[in-house]
Design a protein around this ligand. Structure first.
Ligand code: ATP
Ligand code: MG
Length: 332
C-alpha cells in the first residue's frame, strides 16, 4: 500500500492556504487510499524566534484542527513530531549526507533568514538545517508520497536527492519519495498582497483567512481583498494576481476549473461575494467539529499518544537500518 507522510508547523493559526493546499486532501483523499501519517512538526517551529507557551498552545490547536478537518485516527496516524525521537536521530545522519551549499540554496531559508535579519534578530542554525529534519520526517516512514502545497516542493526535491545519495553511498535504505500537489489552489496568495503566499507566520492579518475566523471576518477579508487594475474577470497569474487568487479559491471550494469560472463573472464584486460565501461554507463544518473537540481535550491527547506510539514503531526499524548502513555500531 502507498505510504503517505505530511506535516504542519505550529508557527501560527492555520490558514485557508494550509487547508486548500494540504489538509483537505489529507482528509478527503490520502487517508482513504494509503497508509498515511500526519504530524504537527513542532521541532520546526523552533527554527525562528518563538514563544514556548504559544508553540505548545498552537501544537494542540493544530492537532485539534487536523481532526476537525476530517482526519480519522482509525484510518491514519496523527501525532506530534517531538514525541517520536526518531526524527531528530535521523536528521543528524542526513546532515552528514547533505552539503551546506544545498541548504543555503533553499528559497525558504533565504526568505526567512532575510526576514529575521530585517527584524534585527539573528538567524538560528536550525533554520539552515531545517530541510534535513524535514527529510528525516519523510524518510523515517518510508513514505512514497508527500502531499504538500507548492512552496514545499523544493524541500521534497532535496529529500529525494538526500535519499538517493544515501542509497548510492551506503546501500539501498530509503524509499525515494515524491511530492503531490492539489490541482487547484496549490499556492493560495495573501489577499492584501497577491504576489506573496498566504503564510500563517506572516504578520498581515487582513490578507490571511484563518480556519477559525468567524464567518463575518471571513466575508470582510475577502470583500476587501486587493484586486487588480482593470475590471473584467480574467484568469492570469502574471497580470491579474488578485482576481486569479480569488478564482483559484472559489474553484477549489466548488471543485471546478478556475479559468472556466472566470467567464461566469462580469464584476469583481460578484466574484468576491461568491468566494466569501463558498469559503464560509467550506469552513463551517471544520469550525463546528473543532468546537466539539475542544470540549473533549482528553480525546485529542489520547489520539496523539496512540499516534506517537504507532509512529515510533514504524520509524524505529527504518532509522536503525540507516544507522547501521552509515557505519554506526549497533547498541548490542
Ligand atoms: P509558515 O509561514 O510558518 O511557513 P505556512 O502557512 O507556510 O507557515 P507550513 O506549516 O509551512 O505552513 O506548511 C504546511 C502545509 O501547508 C504545507 O504542505 C504547505 O505547502 C501548505 N501551505 C502553506 N501555505 C500555503 C498556501 N498559501 N497555499 C497552499 N498551500 C500552502
Ligand atoms: Mg511554510
Amino acid at each position: 500500500m502507498t505510504r503517505v507522510f505530511s506535516g504542519i508547523k505550529p508557527t501560527g493559526h492555520l490558514t485557508l492556504g494550509n487547508y486548500l493546499g494540504a489538509m483537505r486532501r489529507w482528509a478527503d483523499v490520502d487517508q482513504h487510499r494509503s497508509e498515511a501519517l500526519f504530524c504537527i512538526v513542532d521541532l520546526h517551529a523552533l527554527t525562528v524566534d518563538h514563544d514556548p507557551a504559544r508553540v505548545r498552545r498552537l501544537s494542540r490547536q493544530g492537532a485539534t484542527l487536523l481532526l476537525a478537518s476530517g482526519l480519522d485516527p482509525d484510518l491514519c496516524t496523527v501525532f506530534v513530531q517531538s514525541h517520536v525521537d526518531e526524527h531528530a536521530r535521523l536528521s543528524y545522519v542526513l546532515e552528514c549526507v547533505a552539503t551546506d551549499g544545498e541548504m543555503r540554496r533553499m528559497i525558504q531559508y533565504r526568505e526567512k533568514s532575510a526576514r529575521e535579519r530585517e527584524r534585527g534578530g539573528s538567524v538560528r542554525l536550525s533554520l539552515l538545517t531545517y530541510p534535513a529534519l524535514m527529510a528525516a520526517d519523510i524518510l523515517a516512514y518510508g513514505a512514497d508520497e508527500v502531499p504538500v502545497g507548492d512552496d514545499q516542493r523544493q524541500h521534497v526535491e532535496l529529500t529525494r536527492d538526500l535519499a538517493a545519495r544515501f542509497n548510492q553511498r551506503y546501500g539501498h535504505t530509503f524509499v525515494v519519495p515524491r511530492a503531490t500537489r492539489p490541482q487547484v489552489a496549490a499556492r493560495v496568495m495573501n489577499l492584501q498582497d497577491p504576489t506573496s503566499k498566504m503564510g500563517k507566520s506572516d504578520d498581515s492579518g487582513p490578507g490571511i483567512v484563518y480556519l477559525l475566523d468567524e464567518p463575518n471576518v471571513v466575508r470582510k477579508k475577502i470583500m476587501r481583498a486587493m484586486t487588480d487594475s482593470g475590471s473584467d474577470v480574467v484568469y492570469d497569474r502574471e497580470t491579474r494576481p488578485g482576481v486569479t487568487n480569488l478564482l483559484e479559491i472559489l474553484a477549489a471550494c466548488e471543485g471546478s476549473d478556475p479559468e472556466k469560472l472566470s467567464g461566469a463573472y462580469e464584476s469583481y464584486g460578484a466574484l468576491k461575494k461568491d468566494t466569501a460565501e463558498a469559503v464560509v461554507e467550506l469552513l463551517r463544518p471544520v469550525q463546528e467539529r473543532h468546537k466539539a473537540l475542544c470540549a473533549d481535550p482528553g480525546y485529542v491527547d489520547g489520539v496523539l499518544r496512540a499516534g506517537a506510539e504507532r509512529a515510533r514503531g514504524m520509524a524505529r526499524p527504518q532509522v536503525d537500518a540507516a544507522y547501521r548502513a552509515i557505519g554506526l555500531l549497533p547498541a548490542g
